[in-house]
Design a protein around this ligand. Sequence first.
Ligand SMILES: [Zn+2]
Length: 246
Amino acid sequence: MKEKKVAGYSFFQFENLSSFPTLEHFITTRHPLLDLRKEEGRERLKRVVGKRDIFTVNQVHGAQWVVVEENSSPSSFSEVRADALLTQRKGVYLGVKVADCLPVIFFDPEKEALALLHAGWRGIIQGVHLQVAQAMRNLFSSSYHQIIVGIGPGIGKCCFSVGGEVAKFFEEKERGEQNIGRKEGEFLINLKGFLFDELVDQGFDPHKIEVAPHCTFCEKDLFYSHRREGEKTGRFMLLASLKEGR
Ligand SMILES: [Zn+2]
């Protein structure tokens, strides 16, 4: 990850996704004027990133995805219940709002296709990442080993302690056990690691997956955290756009 200033705001970018001329992406950070849970925050962000439409959905911690088509309008999407957006359309932003859940980006430079995911533990258990990968293959003929992935920032294995019922969902998965830490009767889930392992199992290239080191719970000056601050906390956003290049 690297930091980048845009119009005075501090944003992050994945290193592995920064070198493609056909992709633009930003991860916003904690700033009172850029709380993306609020309408004014979203409007301000839109101006900061160049006045292009930002497509978001009504995120519900599931595994449903939607496609932004050439004639789609952002207003019709904001109520759609889904946790991932896919597109080959150029010149518009896709966005996911987060505060502990993992923002994830899939970019296929060959097919010029893009997907953004909101991946919390519930969505990950339901395989939102696997559903979206499959959708990219079906819709855009993407090959998994070509897809460049960025995972996080989100709650880290240092802080994501869960009870036995939640840990059980992970224990039942093939890659669960190696991503569960145990400490004094607590279970610490490594969401980023679990996601990474499951993608590699599917045929994703581990060298093309970048995992953000940041923990949203630990780094309170930089990110919002639902677990630390409760429902009233703000949201930061991963947004990305395909653009004309080459
Ligand atoms: Zn932490």
